[in-house]
Design a protein around this ligand. Structure first.
Ligand SMILES: Nc1ncnc2c1ncn2[C@@H]1O[C@H](COP(=O)(O)OP(=O)(O)OP(=O)(O)O)[C@@H](O)[C@H]1O
Ligand SMILES: [Mg+2]
Length: 560
């Protein structure tokens, strides 16, 4: 198992160098204040009580109160700075990783459950941030307090300090031996959480399908068994943490016992004052406390490292890279589309899907494409829109290679209408505008009028501002499809693809859709993928995709 590389976190920390230094300085000041306390109690016992100076006693008590108050004030200020700082770091990391994920190819989303991504983006990023900020405070506090305590203890009694220090290696050994258990138990818990998050996403996102299948009980039992697995892993994680804590507590008590026996012997024989022994044990408690928390940091680091690796895997996923990485913008105009000698095979598939496929689509024509399920119709569209790259051959848009274009413009100018339009939670207006965010409300409404959205929008309680539910719930399929058409037209398409867009609609609605598209998009190329080629009105050509190449079916006009 390789070590996680922390380098990528550096910029996030560096950006907040100033605040981080302030936090450290405040932590240092707090440590100094905390370190002064036991020494004051030594003075109270030895000089005030045993020396019988009541005035001094009162002054020392006042000093303790003042110091403690200052300590609390500084602590509060520090916490405030710390929360703001850690929040900023957390959100910056999360936004960057999220932005990266959105550049990843379809393959990534196919193999990786969305719940897994969410758990990494949410829980794991929080874990890293918690560690990276907590660690700073803990290290500053712990190291300073440890040094102060050790110095003062040595000044008070070298012999007792050496005796106490002898137990330290046992602490280190304990942490070292436990490291494998810590990272294993942490990773198991995080993985379990990912599985459960995904389960919830999948089943709640398709609650209706679950109900239709009468699978409510089954799914609940499935959650039950997933929870049972998580519980086992949580218990194991807790057990590991608790065992480490308990063993290190026993070691601390062992240290205290050794010091009391040795120191007590000295006090009884008059070579050490009571105040010194009391103060020494107080420093010892602080010293072992900071040593323990520094070693706890090692455990925390191992947990954070697990999360770090999980987030790093997301960051390291290869983004989609257009072949040429061109800068040309695809304009909305009537121009030919040409598949030239295209061969294609999915990276993880055995055999070629297309071999030397050539297809020329004339500007402004309406082409119907059909073929057996799984023959590669949708894949052809993926190639056309740069979601996949031909293994060899070229795709020419307006006589220019696809890879010379800026990918965004290609995808925006060649919208695809699918069987289930993708709508987002939000208003109808926002849903039409999706992808053309700068379109004015007037223009959106004008397009909505042309595409028949307006006719049903007026019947809705809030008109265009009506909020849609998840995936456009609350509208009929035909209505959702009209919104999708409006969205496509708003982007001034170069060409329009219908991939079984009308297969959920009745004959009248299909007729309406084609009427709409041909009327408003008649001068643009339209590619219609369907299983019922002869039901498509006004087709210029009918093509069959078979055995990895395209075959012309004569007589398209006969069905027009
Ligand atoms: N991302 C992918 N990775 C690997 N193989 C894939 C991928 N997507 C599709 N395939 C395979 O490629 C073939 C073509 O799939 P495609 O979706 O293009 O078919 P289709 O003609 O659109 O079928 P349908 O009419 O059922 O929609 C199928 O055998 C499918 O299993
Ligand atoms: Mg398909």
């Amino acid at each position: 198992m390789g070590h996680a590389k922390l380098a990528w976190l550096r910029p996030y920390i560096r950006r907040h160098r100033g605040s981080l230094l302030a936090v450290m300085a405040l932590a240092a000041a707090t440590s100094v204040l905390a370190a002064a306390q036991p020494y004051l109690s030594k003075l109270i016992i030895d000089d005030g009580l045993i020396g019988r100076h009541f005035d001094l006693l009162v002054e020392l008590c006042a000093a303790i109160v003042v110091l403690a108050s200052c300590g609390f004030a500084l602590g509060a200020l520090n916490r405030l700075l710390y929360v703001r700082l850690s929040g900023k770091i957390l959100f910056a990391i999360r936004e960057d990783v999220y932005a990266h994920i959105l550049t990843l190819p379809p393959r990534f989303f196919r193999v990786r459950p969305v719940g897994d991504i969410v758990t990494r983006l949410d829980g794991d990023v929080a874990e890293i941030q918690r560690f990276s900020t907590d660690a700073v405070l803990a290290v500053v506090n712990g190291v300073l307090l440890l040094i102060f305590s050790a110095v003062i203890m040595t000044l008070m009694s070298v012999r007792l300090t050496v005796a106490a220090a002898c137990i330290l290696p046992l602490h280190l050994l304990l942490r070292y031996r436990a490291r494998r258990h810590v990272s294993d138990s942490t990773r198991e818990v995080r993985e379990s959480r990912g599985v459960i998050t995904h389960f919830l996403f999948e089943t709640l996102g398709a609650a209706k399908a679950v109900q239709s299948a009468g699978a409510e009980r089954w799914e609940r039992d499935r959650l039950g068994s997933l929870n049972k697995g998580l519980l086992q892993r949580l218990v194991r994680q807790q057990l590991v943490g608790y065992t480490i804590g308990a063993l290190s507590g026993v070691l601390s008590h062992l240290t205290t016992a050794v010091v009391f026996i040795l120191g007590g012997w000295q006090v009884i024989h008059g070579s050490l004052t009571v105040g010194t022994l009391v103060a020494f044990t107080a420093y010892l408690a602080r010293g072992t406390g900071s040593a323990t928390s520094l070693m706890g940091l090692y455990t925390a680091y191992q947990r954070a490292e697990v999360s770090l690796k999980r987030v790093q895997e997301l960051r390291d996923a290869e983004p989609m890279r257009p072949r040429g990485g061109g800068s040309r913008v695809l304009e909305a105009r009537s121009a030919p589309i040409r598949f030239q000698d295209v061969s294609f095979r999915y990276p993880d598939a055995g055999q070629m899907l297309f071999e030397h496929l050539t297809l020329e689509v004339a500007p402004g024509s309406k082409v119907v494409l059909f073929g057996e399920s799984g023959v590669g119709k949708s894949t052809l569209v993926e190639l056309l829109r740069g979601f996949a790259e031909p293994t060899c051959g070229a795709i020419l848009l307006d006589c220019v290679d696809l890879s010379d274009y800026e990918l965004h413009s290609v995808r925006r100018r060649i919208p695809v209408l699918e069987t289930e339009p993708v709508l987002f939670r939000g208003s109808i207006l926002d849903n039409i505008r999706y992808g053309n965010f700068d379109a004015s409300a007037d223009r959106v409404m004008e397009v909505a009028r042309r595409t028949g959205v307006e006719s049903f929008v007026f019947a809705l309680p809030d008109g265009y501002a009506t909020e849609l539910g998840l995936r456009g719930m609350g509208l009929s399929t035909g209505q959702r499809q009209r919104i999708a058409v409006a969205r496509a037209l708003l982007g001034s398409p170069f060409a329009l693809v219908l991939d079984e867009a009308t297969s959920n609609l009745d004959a009248a609605a299909v007729g309406f859709m084609h009427e709409l598209i041909d009327r408003h998009c008649g001068e643009r190329t339209r590619i219609v993928i369907t299983h019922t080629p002869h039901s498509v009105p006004r087709a210029d050509r009918i093509l069959e995709l078979r055995d990895g190449s395209v075959h012309e079916c004569p007589g398209a006009h006969a069905y027009a």
